[in-house]
Design a protein around this ligand. Structure first.
Ligand code: BES
Ligand code: MN
Length: 454
């Protein structure tokens, strides 16, 4: 049997940044590491080639009548920069108190390793446990999973012929108030390019004669929200479904106060859509964000030019039932209509995934005996046993775009256990994973998997 912490440290030491080709070796290292680990557990491993980063499947096969749980994870991580803001080397796992610091420790290597450890322990304790398990670990989550749709088509009738998906890639309110995640926002991104004159111009010689593309860009951007903080794109809210009462009630049980949240964020005030508390807004309101803007002179000092071009990266978080492609088209149409003559607008290819909701079986009011219902019940009980408090059932603001796609193609639903907190610093310097939570969560995962085959 392996040691969960030592194994996690080794896994984390591979710098598996999917978006940057310079980290190819780190990606390969993480894959080889997982392959060996799964093989050491007696699982059948298949490394599935894709156009970009391979997907790893590791199966504990068994009788066809046994329940089949697919455990999802991603071995890729976000880039670690800015490196200078880390207190330790991001790819040198560092334990301080009961936290493990490293890029990918919380998103998603630590939480995924919880389930791997649980399965290893279960198989060790009961080699005959009547449960089929498939680990499905992708390497492109942090870049929007471009290869996943193809994989899904090819494997929907084999590896994904299952009863449910189990994953931990979301958060909890605190390390002793665990959440079972019941929703994810969708995400669609679009890059926008504006072209003005054919070259940078002297702003004295030509200023006054042409529309400055940076001016056009900021005017267009400013038009995309109204005074109430709503996204100002005609049709943007048409498909939005309001959250159910129980979803809002669960959010109201989150033990954080607005003052604490403000202090955590380091802002003097919130900016939320009318009718939503900040805790509701991040879960139930769709948004449009500017992630990065460029154009004109960025160097030291000044430069008197009218730049030839400007561009911006926009992403929108979506809620049920907004369709990513439709929303991207609405944004394009709106920008095209509002773009001044004299400036040319063009767009990148929109990429995205829809929002996801799962109704916890006991909230549906019907008595259910599905594997998913058993898993939810098992997890609920185990969380109370091990953490001392019942879980909250919370929708989340973050996105795992493939989850809605999997549901669409296979009909499978997910049990998502939140095993990080806002203090985990996902995508930020000093990302960390709570090791006390890890130990407890392994127990929860074991009890949940046992409940699936009870
Ligand atoms: N694990 C996160 C998503 C997440 C974080 C959900 C915290 C809930 C709470 C995931 O790896 C992630 O960061 N996803 C990206 C998707 C994108 C890069 C396509 C996101 O949400 O920005
Ligand atoms: Mn993640």
């Amino acid at each position: 049997m392996f040691d969960p912490l030592e194994t996690l440290k080794k896994y984390i030491s591979f710098p598996s940044v999917s978006t940057d080709p310079a980290y190819g070796e780190g990606m390969q290292g993480a894959r080889d590491f997982l392959t060996q680990l799964f093989e050491s557990m007696g699982l059948e491993v298949e490394v599935v080639k894709t156009p970009l980063h391979p997907i790893i499947l590791a199966k504990r096969v068994g009788k066809p009548e046994w329940p089949h749980v697919v455990v999802y994870g991603h071995y890729d991580v976000q880039p670690a920069d800015p490196f200078e803001l880390w207190d330790s080397d991001p790819f040198e796992p560092t334990v301080l108190g009961h936290h493990l610091y490293a890029r990918g420790s919380a998103d998603n290597k630590g939480p995924f390793m919880v389930h791997v450890s649980a399965v290893a322990q279960l198989l060790n304790e009961n080699p005959d446990i009547p449960l089929r398990i498939t680990f499905m670990v992708e390497g492109e989550e942090e870049m929007g999973s471009p290869s996943f749709a193809g994989f899904l088509d090819a494997y929907k009738d084999t590896a994904l012929k299952a009863d449910m998906i189990l994953l931990s890639d979301t958060s909890s309110p605190s390390s002793d108030q665990i959440a079972i995640t019941t929703g994810l926002r969708g995400l669609v991104g679009l890059e926008v390019f504006l072209k003005g004159p054919k070259m940078d111009l002297h702003s004295g010689v030509h200023g006054g004669a042409v529309y400055n593309p940076v001016q056009a860009l900021v005017e267009l951007c400013a038009s995309l929200h109204d005074e109430a903080g709503r996204v100002n794109i005609p049709g943007f809210y048409d498909a939005v479904v309001d959250p159910e009462d129980w979803e809002r009630e669960e959010v109201n049980k989150v033990p954080t106060t607005e003052a604490e949240y403000k202090a955590f964020l380091g802002v003097k005030d919130f900016y939320t859509m009318k009718g939503f508390s900040p805790f509701e807004a991040v879960r139930f309101a769709p948004t449009l964000d500017f992630n990065g803007i460029s154009g004109g002179y960025q160097g030291e000092g000044s430069k008197t030019i009218i730049p030839a071009q400007a561009s911006i990266k926009i992403t929108m978080r979506l809620v049920p039932d907004q369709d990513p492609q439709t929303i991207a088209e609405l944004l394009k149409k709106t920008l095209q209509e509002r773009c001044p003559k004299g400036v040319e607008i063009s767009f990148g290819k929109p990429e995205g995934g829809a929002a996801y909701r799962v109704l916890p079986p006991f909230k549906s009011g019907k008595e259910e005996n599905s594997v998913l219902a058993k898993a939810f019940k098992g997890a609920d009980r185990a969380i109370e046993d091990v953490f001392g408090k019942k879980p909250l059932y919370l929708a989340e603001g973050g996105s795992i775009p493939i989850i809605a796609k999997i549901k669409d193609v296979t009909g499978l639903d997910c049990l998502m256990l939140g095993l990080s907190t806002v203090e985990s610093n996902w995508h930020a310097p000093n990302e960390n994973f709570d090791l006390e939570m890890m130990d407890k969560a392994i127990q929860v995962s074991k009890q949940t998997l046992k409940a699936c085959c009870s």
